[in-house]
Structures are given as C-alpha cells and as structure tokens.
Ligand binder design. Structure first.
Ligand SMILES: [Zn+2]
Length: 224
C-alpha cells in the first residue's frame, strides 16, 4: 500500500513542496488548474490522482519518470534562443530579399546553403515570419532545419561578421595612412563613383562619373 505523500509533505523535496504551496488550498481547484498542477508535479518526478470531486489524492513518486521530459524542455528553449539570436543578427545585418518585399538574413556562405528541395538551396532567412527561402524564392518552414543546422548557421554567420569587421578595421587603417600622405578617397554624393583627390587642393571636386563639380561636403570619405 502506497503512502499518500499529500499526508507527508515534509518528506518531499523542496521543489515539490514549493509547487504544492503554489496551489495552496487543493480542495478548491478548477479542473484546468488541476491538470496544470499535475503536469508540474510530473515534471519533477511525482504524480497524483483525482476524481470527479476534483480533489487531488495519492501523491506518489513516479517509478519511471520520463527522462526525456527535461531534455525536451531544454531543447525547446535552446531552439527559442536560436530564433532570438537570429532576430538579433537580423536587426543589424538585414538585407533586401531577392524574392519579396521585406528584409532577410542573406545566406552567402556555401557551407550553410543547405540543400532544400531538388537542386534548390537555402539562400535567405525571413526570421520575422520564421521562413526559409531558397534560391528560386520558394518558402519553407524554419522547423525543417535540424537543431544542428540552425546552430551551425548562427555560428557561421557570427564568425563571418567578426571576420568582416576585422577586415573593415584593416581597411580603415590603410585609409588613414593614405590620408596622412595627403590623399583622400571619397564617393560622389551624386552618382556614387569613387573619386581620388589631393587633400591640399582647394575648391570643388570633379566627378568624371556624372560630369559634375561637387562640393567637398557632398562627397563623403570612403571610410569614416
Ligand atoms: Zn558623380
């Protein structure tokens, strides 16, 4: 004969006692509350019964608690974290989609251009709508990626961002050396053409791209 642990709360681990305390007067619970109460209790390795009167009884330790339950919960929260991480990337590095009106994370590294269907491969992620887009513009659910693929995408993109930032810094360093030597590289404020000029030269800058004389203030430095 099993002991009803509801009668021996002091023998329960603190985490179980805490859940029971949360529900306080267990004799006045609604069915929906009771179901949730049971789920929480089972998650920590115990179970109880209840009848038509909705009064829980016969609290016992589960003999075979589901070891997958905790694992599944962790895996789910890990996936949610992955989506959050992709949203963060998207805030800073969003680009226009090739296939629809909206911004996406572009997948340019062929290591993560995962094969999707036929000869098509992953080329954009629309994280707002949790969709994958292949190179022909077909859409798929984000869920078709395995956890491993999803985390590989994040790792790869973050590593590439870091490499790109390092490269930009090295470009800036060279740029300052050029400026210190008396030359500047700017872009035409009208057509975007790259223009080289000597810093000591007064007056306007001529752009051969659009055949205009531009004010210096209208031609921003290539690196700032
Ligand atoms: Zn121009």
């Amino acid at each position: 004969m099993d002991i009803d642990l509801f009668e021996h709360l002091d023998q329960l681990p603190p985490e179980v006692q805490k859940i029971i305390e949360d529900y306080g007067e267990t004799e006045s619970l609604e069915y929906s509350e009771l179901e949730f109460f049971l789920k929480r209790i089972e998650a920590v390795g115990y179970t109880f019964e209840y009848g038509l009167d909705a009064i829980p009884f016969n609290l016992t330790k589960l003999i075979n608690p589901n070891p997958m339950q905790k694992f599944t919960t962790q895996a789910q929260s890990l996936r949610e974290k992955a989506v959050t991480e992709l949203r963060k990337i998207n805030e800073t590095y969003r680009e226009k989609s090739d296939h629809f009106e909206g911004s996406v994370i572009r997948i340019t590294d062929n290591k993560i251009q995962y094969h999707l269907e036929g000869e098509r491969y992953l080329s954009e992620i629309d994280i707002q709508n949790k969709k994958l887009i292949d190179n022909n513009g077909y859409q798929y659910d984000l869920d078709i990626l395995s956890d491993h693929q999803l985390f590989t995408i994040i790792d790869t993109i973050e590593a590439n961002i870091e490499k790109y930032q390092e490269w930009q810094e090295s470009q800036s360093e060279i740029f300052y050396k050029i400026q210190n030597a008396g030359f500047n590289i700017v872009t035409c404020g009208n057509c975007g053409e790259v223009i080289l000029h000597e810093i000591h030269e007064e007056g306007e800058i001529h752009c051969g791209g659009c055949s205009r004389d531009m004010d210096k203030s209208d031609c921003p430095d290539l690196y700032s």
